[in-house]
Design a protein around this ligand. Sequence first.
Ligand code: SF4
Ligand code: SF4
Length: 254
Amino acid sequence: MKTRVLRYSILTVILGLTIYQALGYGKRSFEAFCPFGGMESLWGLFREGQYSCATGPLNMSMLIAVIVLALIAKKAFCGWACPIGFLSELIGRLGMKILPWNSSVNPKLNSRLKLIRYVGLVLALYFTYQTGELILRGYDPFYIIFSGFGHGTLGLVSVIVLVIIIIGSFLIPMFFCRYFCPLGATIDPFSRLGLVKIVSDEDLCTECGECYTSCPHDIAPNEMIYIRHRDCTNCLECIDSCPEKDCLTLKVKL
Ligand code: SF4
Ligand code: SF4
Protein backbone atom coordinates (compact mmCIF):
# COMPACT_ATOMS: atom_id res chain seq x y z
CA MET A 1 0.00 0.00 0.00
CA LYS A 2 2.91 2.33 0.81
CA THR A 3 4.30 1.82 -2.68
CA ARG A 4 0.90 2.47 -4.21
CA VAL A 5 0.64 5.78 -2.33
CA LEU A 6 4.04 6.82 -3.70
CA ARG A 7 3.20 5.60 -7.22
CA TYR A 8 -0.21 7.27 -7.27
CA SER A 9 1.33 10.52 -5.95
CA ILE A 10 3.80 10.55 -8.86
CA LEU A 11 1.06 9.66 -11.34
CA THR A 12 -1.24 12.38 -9.95
CA VAL A 13 1.48 15.00 -10.46
CA ILE A 14 2.05 13.79 -14.04
CA LEU A 15 -1.69 13.74 -14.73
CA GLY A 16 -1.96 17.27 -13.32
CA LEU A 17 0.90 18.49 -15.52
CA THR A 18 -0.71 16.87 -18.57
CA ILE A 19 -4.01 18.63 -17.83
CA TYR A 20 -2.10 21.90 -17.31
CA GLN A 21 -0.46 21.51 -20.74
CA ALA A 22 -3.75 20.43 -22.32
CA LEU A 23 -5.46 23.57 -21.02
CA GLY A 24 -2.85 25.60 -22.88
CA TYR A 25 -0.89 26.93 -19.89
CA GLY A 26 2.42 25.27 -20.81
CA LYS A 27 4.86 26.35 -23.49
CA ARG A 28 4.20 23.23 -25.55
CA SER A 29 1.20 21.16 -26.57
CA PHE A 30 0.55 18.09 -24.39
CA GLU A 31 1.00 16.02 -27.59
CA ALA A 32 4.68 16.98 -27.72
CA PHE A 33 5.28 14.75 -24.67
CA CYS A 34 3.77 11.60 -26.21
CA PRO A 35 6.50 8.97 -26.74
CA PHE A 36 4.48 7.30 -29.50
CA GLY A 37 4.82 10.53 -31.50
CA GLY A 38 8.48 9.54 -31.87
CA MET A 39 7.43 6.30 -33.58
CA GLU A 40 4.98 8.17 -35.79
CA SER A 41 7.69 10.53 -36.96
CA LEU A 42 10.31 7.87 -37.82
CA TRP A 43 9.35 7.46 -41.48
CA GLY A 44 9.14 11.20 -42.15
CA LEU A 45 12.56 11.68 -40.57
CA PHE A 46 14.04 8.79 -42.58
CA ARG A 47 12.52 9.84 -45.92
CA GLU A 48 12.35 13.60 -45.80
CA GLY A 49 14.52 14.47 -42.84
CA GLN A 50 11.61 16.18 -41.10
CA TYR A 51 9.08 15.39 -38.41
CA SER A 52 5.57 14.34 -39.48
CA CYS A 53 2.59 16.60 -38.74
CA ALA A 54 2.60 17.87 -35.12
CA THR A 55 5.45 15.67 -33.87
CA GLY A 56 8.87 17.07 -32.97
CA PRO A 57 12.20 16.40 -31.25
CA LEU A 58 10.58 16.17 -27.81
CA ASN A 59 8.46 13.21 -28.98
CA MET A 60 11.61 11.47 -30.19
CA SER A 61 13.43 12.22 -26.92
CA MET A 62 10.48 10.81 -24.98
CA LEU A 63 10.48 7.65 -27.10
CA ILE A 64 14.21 7.13 -26.58
CA ALA A 65 13.82 7.77 -22.83
CA VAL A 66 10.97 5.24 -22.57
CA ILE A 67 13.00 2.61 -24.45
CA VAL A 68 16.08 3.19 -22.26
CA LEU A 69 13.85 3.01 -19.18
CA ALA A 70 12.37 -0.29 -20.45
CA LEU A 71 15.89 -1.71 -20.81
CA ILE A 72 16.56 -0.72 -17.21
CA ALA A 73 13.23 -1.24 -15.43
CA LYS A 74 10.82 -2.92 -17.87
CA LYS A 75 7.49 -1.11 -18.41
CA ALA A 76 8.03 1.23 -15.46
CA PHE A 77 6.87 4.11 -17.68
CA CYS A 78 3.43 2.46 -17.98
CA GLY A 79 3.04 1.85 -14.24
CA TRP A 80 4.69 4.98 -12.89
CA ALA A 81 4.27 7.74 -15.49
CA CYS A 82 1.55 7.15 -18.10
CA PRO A 83 -1.63 9.19 -17.44
CA ILE A 84 -3.76 6.77 -19.48
CA GLY A 85 -2.34 3.78 -17.57
CA PHE A 86 -3.18 5.63 -14.34
CA LEU A 87 -6.78 6.39 -15.36
CA SER A 88 -7.21 2.79 -16.60
CA GLU A 89 -5.93 1.45 -13.29
CA LEU A 90 -8.32 3.65 -11.29
CA ILE A 91 -11.30 2.55 -13.41
CA GLY A 92 -10.17 -1.09 -13.10
CA ARG A 93 -9.94 -0.80 -9.30
CA LEU A 94 -13.45 0.63 -9.20
CA GLY A 95 -14.63 -2.32 -11.33
CA MET A 96 -12.94 -4.83 -9.02
CA LYS A 97 -14.66 -3.23 -6.00
CA ILE A 98 -18.13 -3.12 -7.58
CA LEU A 99 -18.31 -6.19 -9.81
CA PRO A 100 -19.42 -9.39 -8.10
CA TRP A 101 -17.16 -11.61 -10.24
CA ASN A 102 -13.40 -12.12 -10.59
CA SER A 103 -12.09 -9.92 -13.40
CA SER A 104 -9.05 -12.03 -14.36
CA VAL A 105 -9.05 -13.26 -17.96
CA ASN A 106 -8.40 -16.84 -19.04
CA PRO A 107 -4.58 -16.89 -19.63
CA LYS A 108 -4.83 -18.38 -23.16
CA LEU A 109 -7.48 -15.89 -24.24
CA ASN A 110 -5.51 -13.08 -22.57
CA SER A 111 -2.36 -13.94 -24.58
CA ARG A 112 -4.30 -14.15 -27.83
CA LEU A 113 -6.08 -10.85 -27.29
CA LYS A 114 -2.73 -9.17 -26.61
CA LEU A 115 -1.80 -9.80 -30.24
CA ILE A 116 -4.31 -7.08 -31.19
CA ARG A 117 -1.86 -4.43 -30.00
CA TYR A 118 0.74 -5.54 -32.56
CA VAL A 119 -1.85 -5.40 -35.34
CA GLY A 120 -2.81 -1.93 -34.09
CA LEU A 121 0.83 -0.83 -34.07
CA VAL A 122 1.44 -1.99 -37.66
CA LEU A 123 -1.80 -0.43 -38.95
CA ALA A 124 -1.19 2.86 -37.10
CA LEU A 125 2.34 3.18 -38.47
CA TYR A 126 1.36 2.07 -41.98
CA PHE A 127 -1.44 4.63 -42.35
CA THR A 128 0.52 7.39 -40.59
CA TYR A 129 3.50 6.85 -42.90
CA GLN A 130 1.22 6.66 -45.96
CA THR A 131 -0.70 9.84 -45.25
CA GLY A 132 1.78 11.89 -43.20
CA GLU A 133 -1.15 12.57 -40.80
CA LEU A 134 -1.41 11.39 -37.19
CA ILE A 135 -4.33 9.10 -38.01
CA LEU A 136 -4.33 7.57 -34.54
CA ARG A 137 -5.70 10.79 -33.00
CA GLY A 138 -9.34 9.76 -33.44
CA TYR A 139 -8.75 6.41 -31.71
CA ASP A 140 -6.18 7.39 -29.08
CA PRO A 141 -7.69 7.91 -25.59
CA PHE A 142 -4.72 10.13 -24.62
CA TYR A 143 -5.42 12.51 -27.49
CA ILE A 144 -9.23 12.27 -27.35
CA ILE A 145 -9.36 13.07 -23.61
CA PHE A 146 -6.69 15.75 -23.33
CA SER A 147 -7.59 17.52 -26.56
CA GLY A 148 -11.27 17.47 -25.51
CA PHE A 149 -12.26 15.82 -28.82
CA GLY A 150 -10.06 18.31 -30.66
CA HIS A 151 -8.74 18.54 -34.21
CA GLY A 152 -8.30 15.14 -35.86
CA THR A 153 -10.79 13.25 -33.69
CA LEU A 154 -13.68 11.52 -35.40
CA GLY A 155 -16.85 12.71 -33.68
CA LEU A 156 -19.16 9.80 -32.91
CA VAL A 157 -16.44 7.23 -33.74
CA SER A 158 -14.12 8.74 -31.10
CA VAL A 159 -16.98 8.85 -28.58
CA ILE A 160 -17.67 5.14 -29.20
CA VAL A 161 -13.95 4.30 -28.92
CA LEU A 162 -13.70 6.13 -25.59
CA VAL A 163 -16.86 4.53 -24.20
CA ILE A 164 -15.61 1.04 -25.19
CA ILE A 165 -12.25 1.73 -23.51
CA ILE A 166 -13.91 3.00 -20.31
CA ILE A 167 -16.34 0.05 -20.10
CA GLY A 168 -13.55 -2.39 -21.03
CA SER A 169 -11.27 -0.95 -18.32
CA PHE A 170 -14.08 -1.31 -15.80
CA LEU A 171 -14.53 -4.99 -16.66
CA ILE A 172 -10.87 -5.95 -17.30
CA PRO A 173 -8.04 -4.11 -15.48
CA MET A 174 -5.69 -2.31 -17.87
CA PHE A 175 -7.95 -3.20 -20.83
CA PHE A 176 -6.46 -0.59 -23.21
CA CYS A 177 -2.86 -1.18 -22.08
CA ARG A 178 -3.15 -4.96 -22.46
CA TYR A 179 -4.87 -5.19 -25.81
CA PHE A 180 -4.58 -1.92 -27.72
CA CYS A 181 -1.71 0.34 -26.65
CA PRO A 182 0.69 0.76 -29.60
CA LEU A 183 3.38 2.24 -27.34
CA GLY A 184 3.17 -0.87 -25.15
CA ALA A 185 3.63 -3.02 -28.27
CA THR A 186 6.64 -0.89 -29.29
CA ILE A 187 8.48 -1.34 -26.00
CA ASP A 188 7.61 -5.03 -25.48
CA PRO A 189 10.95 -6.42 -26.77
CA PHE A 190 12.93 -3.93 -24.64
CA SER A 191 10.82 -4.68 -21.58
CA ARG A 192 11.62 -8.39 -21.85
CA LEU A 193 15.30 -7.48 -21.46
CA GLY A 194 14.71 -5.07 -18.57
CA LEU A 195 17.38 -5.44 -15.88
CA VAL A 196 15.44 -4.52 -12.75
CA LYS A 197 12.79 -7.17 -12.14
CA ILE A 198 10.76 -8.98 -9.50
CA VAL A 199 12.45 -12.14 -8.22
CA SER A 200 10.53 -14.81 -6.33
CA ASP A 201 11.96 -17.23 -3.77
CA GLU A 202 10.39 -20.67 -4.25
CA ASP A 203 11.41 -21.80 -0.76
CA LEU A 204 9.48 -19.01 0.93
CA CYS A 205 6.38 -19.17 -1.29
CA THR A 206 3.27 -20.78 0.19
CA GLU A 207 1.33 -20.59 -3.12
CA CYS A 208 -1.35 -18.42 -1.54
CA GLY A 209 -1.93 -16.65 -4.88
CA GLU A 210 -2.13 -13.12 -3.42
CA CYS A 211 0.50 -11.84 -5.88
CA TYR A 212 -1.51 -13.05 -8.89
CA THR A 213 -4.73 -11.55 -7.53
CA SER A 214 -3.06 -8.18 -6.98
CA CYS A 215 -1.34 -7.97 -10.37
CA PRO A 216 -3.24 -5.62 -12.72
CA HIS A 217 -1.80 -7.52 -15.69
CA ASP A 218 -2.73 -11.04 -14.53
CA ILE A 219 0.92 -12.08 -14.18
CA ALA A 220 1.59 -14.86 -11.66
CA PRO A 221 4.95 -14.01 -9.99
CA ASN A 222 4.79 -17.24 -7.95
CA GLU A 223 5.05 -19.30 -11.16
CA MET A 224 8.43 -17.89 -12.23
CA ILE A 225 11.69 -17.15 -10.47
CA TYR A 226 12.50 -14.04 -12.48
CA ILE A 227 9.60 -11.95 -13.77
CA ARG A 228 10.73 -11.32 -17.33
CA HIS A 229 7.14 -10.95 -18.54
CA ARG A 230 6.93 -8.12 -21.08
CA ASP A 231 3.89 -6.59 -19.39
CA CYS A 232 5.40 -6.23 -15.94
CA THR A 233 5.40 -2.53 -15.03
CA ASN A 234 7.36 -2.98 -11.80
CA CYS A 235 4.37 -1.48 -10.03
CA LEU A 236 5.35 -3.58 -6.95
CA GLU A 237 1.72 -4.42 -6.11
CA CYS A 238 2.71 -8.12 -5.91
CA ILE A 239 5.51 -7.43 -3.42
CA ASP A 240 3.17 -5.38 -1.24
CA SER A 241 0.50 -8.08 -1.28
CA CYS A 242 2.79 -11.04 -0.52
CA PRO A 243 2.38 -12.11 3.11
CA GLU A 244 5.78 -13.90 3.20
CA LYS A 245 8.64 -11.55 4.03
CA ASP A 246 11.28 -11.34 1.27
CA CYS A 247 9.51 -13.96 -0.86
CA LEU A 248 9.19 -11.41 -3.67
CA THR A 249 11.92 -8.83 -4.07
CA LEU A 250 13.06 -6.31 -6.67
CA LYS A 251 16.53 -7.11 -7.98
CA VAL A 252 18.91 -6.34 -10.83
CA LYS A 253 19.21 -9.55 -12.91
CA LEU A 254 20.28 -10.18 -16.46
S1 SF4 B 1 4.17 -8.83 -11.66
FE1 SF4 B 1 4.13 -7.50 -9.85
S2 SF4 B 1 5.32 -5.68 -10.43
FE2 SF4 B 1 4.83 -6.79 -12.33
S3 SF4 B 1 2.93 -5.82 -13.06
FE3 SF4 B 1 2.33 -7.59 -11.82
S4 SF4 B 1 2.00 -6.75 -9.75
FE4 SF4 B 1 3.18 -5.21 -10.91
S1 SF4 C 1 1.88 -13.83 -2.61
FE1 SF4 C 1 3.95 -14.54 -2.05
S2 SF4 C 1 3.58 -16.44 -0.93
FE2 SF4 C 1 1.67 -15.98 -2.02
S3 SF4 C 1 1.86 -17.09 -4.00
FE3 SF4 C 1 2.66 -15.04 -4.34
S4 SF4 C 1 4.86 -15.20 -4.00
FE4 SF4 C 1 3.92 -17.01 -3.06
